[in-house]
Design a protein around this ligand. Structure first.
Ligand SMILES: [Zn+2]
Length: 672
């Protein structure tokens, strides 16, 4: 009897170890947590409890003291002065060629014009933002969501490379960006001195776990290091990254010693292979090469697309792979109705992370690769991409039968369909399918949307199944169900009032986050930002669906996204829900709204070819100064900007008495 019980406990401890490790990876590396922070805490608590009660069963490499345990979410929040962006990824020479081409086209450069690229190794650590005022370090914040991070000012005081008192010619204020990491040697020594239970899986986890400690004395005792790699807001302008790095050295702060200025794609690739070969000689883990336009004027001209700079890219090293067996294949129905097969794997360690789930992409892929349950497959994990099954290694299934492509949604049994140009199978019961509705609510409260602490998948499903919430807006009426919720397992007065408090906190939201939170198909973070900066309030977006032109005039918003927006707001129940939310929430304009320029809020049309800059750059410049770009002349047009060889638009503008200005005047006015 007792033995049977112990077997059960041991099994649970092993399960917990896997769950905790995997969730750590999803949270910290992929930034796509599978569960909420409080659910994660529950796993940790359960593990601790079992370990305390059954000390003889404690696993050698249990999760107890790995990073999760000590990381709590009550760090003070800190707002960055300027956004911390993230680098888009490149994987091969073609991607770099494309990157170079895009930049040349945007800046309207000739083939003979040289672009300077500064290339340096991409350290696998944590980005940090250091704020200096009058040469004194004021604060240190983690990246967080790019706008707001966690305040770790007290945790970094013992890092030698962070000089908290600059001398010689420092700017009045400066945001300095860099990477916090742990060296491989230091990592090995640290791990040697930690008990088996406390050991970290890899240097990155060790750095993250050491930095994000509420007990700052632990952070200070850990061998963390810092390398500078960028600049945020600053009171002084520098010509180039190279020039900025020179200044840094005078302030006794150091960028990577290994870096190179390259002019050609081939130079970049050669340096990339050099670095890849030298990888094991570095005392820190690197996962690729960062390629940045060196000149700050060009960086500024190139600007940003959503969260990515146009002027930088991370060329990644190839990913890590491992072989394992598929235990089962589950079908998941997502928020947008996508029916996706997910492989449940025999847990496997890939580059220091235990993986037990991997994407199978779609049914065409599975059948093309001839993959089925029990087969041995290769699984790949590449940094911040969700692990996926790459190929079949060995068939174990004698029958060799193919996976049947479902004809119906596995959840609501509605017919499944495929769009002509898509590989993804979808449930046709849009807006009503159980999984789509629940998925939408989970998306609405998730980290990148309303970001409600302590409210995740588990709670959403519980309340949804009980009929307490059926739509997004019901979340704000949970109070009505207080008595009912308090009778539920695991809910007490304190946890309930904590939840209500975080729900109330989430009511202040930017327009772009709100649009993103609605989960409209094809409207991700980038498109949400496009819609937000064009319309500035939700009412105008709703009205825009009666005037497709307005949507079509948004640069970068594709036809599928446009149709999807129209479809979404044409649905009466969606519309009702959005109008209700607009009353409940405090939706604010996120940025650019304060900029005031000659062209702010004016409608601009471009015609003809410009000589000193590309059409794309001119539009980007106008938009960042608050102008609206239209594609055709109408009586609503304020200015026609005329390049060489202007055609019918010029005639039409003259007829309608619209201000016509040339390139020179446009540039003078916009730079005023
Ligand atoms: Zn369905």
């Amino acid at each position: 009897m007792k033995e049977g019980n112990e077997t059960k406990i041991l099994k649970r401890l092993k399960e917990l170890a896997l769950l905790i490790e995997e969730n750590n990876y999803y949270y910290h590396t992929l930034d796509k947590p599978l569960i909420t922070d409080s659910e994660f805490d529950e796993l940790i608590k359960e593990n601790q409890l079992l370990e305390k009660k059954y000390p003889n069963l404690v696993l050698n490499k249990g999760p107890n003291s790995k990073i999760g345990v000590k990381i709590k979410n009550n760090f003070k929040k800190i707002k960055h002065k300027s956004q911390m962006y993230s680098l888009p990824n490149a994987f091969n020479r073609d991607d770099i060629l494309e990157f170079d081409k895009r930049i040349r086209k945007f800046l309207k450069l000739k083939l003979s014009d040289k672009i300077e690229f500064l290339c340096e190794p991409k350290i696998d650590g944590l980005s940090i933002n250091l704020f200096y005022k009058n040469g004194k370090l004021q604060s240190a914040g983690t990246r967080g969501d790019g706008l707001v991070g966690e305040d770790v000012t007290d945790n970094i005081t013992s890092i030698k490379e962070i000089n908290d008192n600059l001398k010689n010619n420092y700017p009045e204020f400066l945001e300095l960006r860099g990477e916090i990491f742990m060296g491989k040697k230091d990592f090995n020594i640290l791990n040697k001195n930690l008990s088996d239970k406390e050991k970290f899986a890899n240097p990155r986890n060790a750095a993250a776990g050491s930095l994000r400690q509420l007990d700052v004395s632990i952070s200070r005792s850990r061998p963390l290091k810092f390398i500078a790699h960028g600049i945020g807001e600053s009171s002084k302008d520098y010509n180039s990254i190279e020039n900025f790095y020179k200044n840094l050295k005078r302030w006794e702060i150091y960028p990577n010693k290994v870096s190179k200025i390259c002019y050609e794609v081939d130079d970049i690739m050669q340096f990339y292979f050099e670095i890849d070969n030298m990888r094991s000689n570095f005392d820190y883990d690197i996962d690729g090469l960062v390629v940045k336009v060196n000149n700050f004027t060009n960086q500024k001209r190139l600007g940003y697309v959503g969260k990515n700079p146009r002027w930088a890219i991370a060329l990644k090293f190839s990913s890590e792979k491992a072989k394992t067996k598929i235990k089962s294949i589950d079908l998941q129905v997502g928020r947008t109705g996508a029916i996706t097969p997910v492989a449940r794997l025999e847990p496997i360690n890939i580059g220091g992370v235990i993986i037990s789930n991997a994407s199978l992409h779609n049914f065409d892929e599975i059948n093309k690769k001839n993959i089925n349950i029990n087969d041995m497959v290769e699984v790949e994990r590449a940094g911040d991409v969700i692990p996926y099954v790459t190929k079949l290694i060995k068939k174990n299934n004698k029958k060799n039968n193919k996976i049947n492509i479902p004809k119906f949604c596995p959840v609501c049994k509605s017919p499944a369909f495929k769009d002509v140009d898509e590989a993804v199978l979808r449930c046709s019961n849009k807006y009503e399918c159980y999984s789509q509705k629940l998925g939408q609510i989970i998306h609405f409260i998730s980290k990148k949307s309303l970001n409600i602490d302590g409210f995740g998948e588990k709670q959403a499903k519980l309340f949804f199944d009980l009929g307490i919430i059926n739509k997004n807006e019901d979340i704000f009426e949970l109070d009505k169900y207080k008595d009912k919720i308090l009778t539920l397992d695991g809910w007490g007065k304190l946890s309930f009032s904590n939840l209500i408090e975080s729900i109330n906190k989430s009511k202040n939201i930017t327009l772009e986050k709100f649009i993103y939170a609605l989960g409209i198909r094809y409207i991700g973070e980038v498109n949400s930002e496009l819609l937000a900066s064009k319309f500035r309030n939700i009412d105008k977006i709703i009205v825009s669906i009666n005037n497709r032109d307005q949507l079509e005039n948004i640069d970068g918003l594709g036809p599928k996204a446009i149709s999807s927006v129209i479809d979404y707001f044409s649905n009466k129940s969606n519309l009702k829900s959005v109008l209700k939310l607009n009353k409940i929430l405090k939706i604010s304009n996120s940025k650019n709204s304060t900029k005031n320029n000659y062209f702010t809020n004016k409608n601009l049309v471009f015609t003809g070819s410009l000589s000193s800059l590309s059409r794309d750059e001119a539009k980007y410049l106008a938009k960042t100064n608050g102008a609206k770009i239209l594609s055709a002349i109408s009586k609503n047009t304020d200015f026609l900007i005329m390049g060489k060889n202007s055609g019918t638009k010029l005639e039409k503008a003259k007829k309608l008495n619209i201000n016509v200005i040339d390139e020179e005047e446009f540039l003078t006015k916009i730079n005023q």
